[in-house]
Design a protein around this ligand. Structure first.
Ligand code: ATP
Ligand code: MG
Length: 309
């Protein structure tokens, strides 16, 4: 049961759209999927048709008040897709976690009871590298990084990769980069194609950049306002097809990485094994955009790296 965080500290790159629609497409393929809304904006919760004011037990109560995760999970309109929502209390969580013992490990502990109930757990992270995202990364086997192929797309990536390296070093040695996903893709523009080339070159072979790209479509933009994933809102649209293709890619990558889905990742990786099963790892302390990537099993923190608790 791989746990994947959908994370990028850049805002509006399609994290929530990916979390919901990839979750729905994997669920449609017959897997039991849990989507965790870890973002105080509660966009995933709202986009699946929930009223966050009427959610009384949410990820906030799980993290802050130690309610059980199981008591906070709701079925959604998409069969096989379950939601652990965010509610109106959630904006206070970041501050309330200051000074808490093991504060980056709370989500991991909370999910430990229910991990085996699902084939897949996806965590929609907020657009920051704060304590909530650290909770997501600490609880995860992999991170899926959505990126919008436009000017400055790679800006900020160094910081994200440093954070991943630090999380691996101090909080969760098993965290890998599950893949990079190009979102809101408009193949008609030269800029999109150029940035795509740059992104694929930057990650060049060490880290999976999914072949599937998510097109920019009106249907994908509309679906959240109807409280539906794209699989139900416009089942035969390009957007739905793209997310089904992505689901197949993610399933085959994670299958290769996690075997039957129940083995721990280290059982499946040979020493130094960034090449195994298509699940690569990049720790980027090189200059972004130069293609200067390398794999590390014991990434060194750098002076500019953010401080972890
Ligand atoms: P935040 O950082 O605020 O959490 P995000 O990274 O989760 O944002 P989304 O909320 O998924 O990004 O997307 C930003 C906006 O773009 C939303 O209004 C969403 O509906 C829209 N959007 C996302 N993906 C697509 C797409 N492929 N085509 C068209 N619109 C899209
Ligand atoms: Mg979001």
């Amino acid at each position: 049961m791989p746990v994947l965080s959908i994370a990028n500290q850049k805002g509006g790159v399609g994290k929530t759209a990916t979390a919901i629609n990839l979750g729905a497409a994997i669920a449609e393929a017959g897997k039991r999927v849990l989507l965790v809304d870890l973002d105080p904006q509660a966009n995933a919760t709202i986009s699946l048709g929930f009223n966050r004011r009427e959610v009384f037990i949410s990820i906030y109560e799980v993290l802050i008040e130690e309610m059980s995760a199981r008591s906070a999970i709701f079925p959604t309109i998409q069969s096989n897709l379950y939601l652990l929502p965010a509610n109106e209390n959630m904006p206070g969580a970041e501050v309330q976690l200051v000074g808490r013992e093991n504060r980056a490990g709370l989500l991991r502990s909370a999910l430990s009871d229910i991990r085996l109930d699902y084939d897949f757990i996806l965590i929609d992270c907020p657009p920051s590298l704060g304590i909530l995202t650290l909770n997501g990364l600490t609880a995860s086997d992999g991170i899926l990084i959505p990126m919008q192929p436009e000017f400055l797309a790679l800006e900020g990536l160094t910081q994200l990769l440093k954070t991943i390296a630090l999380v691996r070093e101090r909080l969760n040695p098993e965290l890998v980069i599950a893949g990079v996903l190009l979102t809101m893709y408009d193949g008609r523009t030269r800029l999109t194609r150029e940035v795509e080339g740059e992104v694929r070159k930057f990650f060049g072979g060490t880290t999976q950049v999914f072949d599937t790209v998510i097109p920019r479509t009106v249907r994908l933009a509309e679906a959240p306002s109807h409280g539906l994933p794209i699989t139900l809102y416009a089942p035969s649209s390009n957007g739905a097809e793209a997310f089904r293709n992505l689901a197949q890619e993610v399933l085959s990558v994670t299958q290769a990485r996690f075997g039957k889905g129940l083995e721990r990742p280290d059982a499946a990786v040979p020493a130094g094994g960034a090449d195994s099963g298509g699940f690569g790892e990049t720790a980027g302390d090189g200059e972004v955009g130069t293609g200067d990537t390398h794999q590390t099993d014991s990434p060194e923190p750098t002076p500019a790296a953010p401080q972890l608790p």
